[in-house]
Design a protein around this ligand. Structure first.
Ligand code: 13P
Length: 247
């Protein structure tokens, strides 16, 4: 079954890294899975130069950090700039961005600004404390509200990345049962709030310490439509092997 395998490179890489990565990746990748790369903004153009084989899609990691898009903003990128660089996707609401700005207004404005032009992967996840207090569902519902309130018909399919904050870069992951339960919860919550959607219109990716050892099991878990990978996506051999998994 075709799954989404997405690489979030965060603020890693260099021109040499990109060259070496794609020299190996394009020679060795052999998959029907849908691959998406989220390089740092400054390397999107370089990665785009390797796209002639149409093996992967490209996305931006963060649209903007200023809610006032109508004004000119130093240090910002517009949606059209990502489109101009052949990006089809954008991450919104990653916990590392939330930790800096922690303002749902920003993510609402980003969703409005995208206005269906890019496919949004909306990231949500509970903190360690939420988990300890058994308030994971409440936290996820609250974070999903921003997505649901700004939903437009052009956003189908709706992509959500479930990334528990405590699992990111920690080597820890929820149990497969928990991942399945939470992905189902996310899908049901969206369907409850947006009854015009069907289950197939909602794709939920898991992110947080995914690697070659656990990727196949996670991808085979019910209600998991794909994975969003940080650290392990920087190791070209490991990432290529994950892409090549037959699910
Ligand atoms: P790691 O895979 O390094 O835990 O990062 C996950 C992540 O933040 C992807 O967006």
């Amino acid at each position: 079954m075709k799954k989404i395998i997405a690489a979030n490179w965060k603020n890693n890489g260099s021109k040499k890294f990109v060259k070496d990565f794609f020299d190996y990746f394009l020679d060795n990748v052999d998959t029907k899975n849908e691959i998406i790369f989220f390089p740092p903004d400054l390397y999107i153009d370089q990665v785009n130069n390797y796209r002639n084989k149409e093996i992967f899609s490209l996305g931006g990691q963060n649209l903007n950090t200023n809610p006032f898009f109508k004004t000119t903003v130093t240090g910002a990128n517009s949606c059209d700039m990502f489109l101009d660089n052949n990006c089809s996707h954008i991450l919104i609401g990653h916990s590392e961005v939330r930790a800096q700005y922690n303002d749902t207004l920003i993510f609402s404005e980003q969703l409005k600004h995208v206005n269906g032009k890019l496919k949004v992967i909306f990231c949500i996840g509970e903190e360690e404390l939420d988990r300890e207090n058994n308030s994971t569902s409440e936290k996820l519902s609250e974070l999903l509200d921003t997505l649901v309130k700004n939903f437009k018909i052009t956003h189908i399919p709706v992509f959500v990345a479930y990334e528990p904050v405590w699992a990111i870069g920690s080597g820890k992951t929820p149990t497969l049962e928990d991942i399945s339960y939470i992905h189902r919860f996310i899908k049901n919550k969206i369907l409850e709030k947006l009854p015009s959607l069907k289950e197939k219109d909602i794709m939920v990716l898991y992110g947080g310490s995914v690697n070659l050892k656990n990727a196949k099991d996670i991808l085979n878990t019910p209600y998991v439509d794909g994975v969003l990978i940080g650290g392990a996506s920087l190791d070209v051999k490991e990432f290529t092997n994950i892409c090549n998994l037959k699910i």
